[in-house]
Design a protein around this ligand. Sequence first.
Ligand code: PLP
Length: 313
Amino acid sequence: MGYGRYGNPVWTAFEDVVSELEGGRSLVFASGMAAVSAVTSLVDAGGVVVVPHIAYSGVHALLRQEQAAGRITVRRVDPFDDRAYAQAVDGADLVWLESPSNPLVDVLDLSRMVRSARDAGARTVVDATFATPLRLRPLDPSIAADVSLHSATKLMSGHSDVLLGVVSVTGDGLHERLDARRRYSGGVPGPMEAWLALRGLRTLHVRLDRAEATATELTARLRAHAHVSGVRYPGFGTMLALELPDAERADAVVAALRLWVATTSLGGTESTVERRRRWPEESPQVPEGLLRLSVGLEDVEDLWSDLLQALPH
Ligand SMILES: *Cc1c(COP(=O)(O)O)cnc(C)c1O
């Protein structure tokens, strides 16, 4: 390794675990967005990137910047419109997929979408942050994406105390290019961050099982609630969303919650809530009254009674 920017034993320890989980070769980055930038740098100047309307807002912001600089062309597409998707991937270099999506928690038909992108000659990346490698393995032959990506800041680290990203690939060529990008773009993770994430990974299965059971139960109760509509839950994982009629009423719920923490991060031990449209860079396709909920490790009854007192009744 020779020099700290090229690699260090703590990165390797973290990467070895993720490689095993993903069935590929992994590279750790200083944040989820550092991982995103490294992957978009695989697109040559003049290339075309396809991205769904709903994806992490930072990804949209980065692609807009790259497009404004004249480096790439971005095609935004409704991932549930098969015809529009097929047209968009035709002639594309990179297809960005995120499942479940942030913040609408939509689950994409990845096998089919990756296949049609590949048939069109495009590389595919799946941001599986909301699923974790325990619920979704994009490199598995049943999906066969080129790149799997996670913001390890979220569930993988799991304690809201570290920023980290990770990318996994199957091909040697891609691994080399991403490794070189990490080395020379220079924004590398510290060993302490990698160590914290590695420690978080050791409890991922336990945290995920517990928070997922709570999320499942809360979803069932919210769906039966008279004043809540549009409860979205992918059927697995710890993220859900619900819709209030407008921004004002959604903000009132957030303000009234006491146990749920009003903050933007997610995937930690504390349950958190956010109205995503409070951010100007959030996609206009996300409803103004949508609340995104990240379920943590608190007792389900405590979380439910807090929701009950905060929701309209
Ligand atoms: C948070 C997040 C990112 C960005 O990760 P950072 O670690 O904050 O840079 C990317 N994708 C998804 C789905 C996210 O939730």
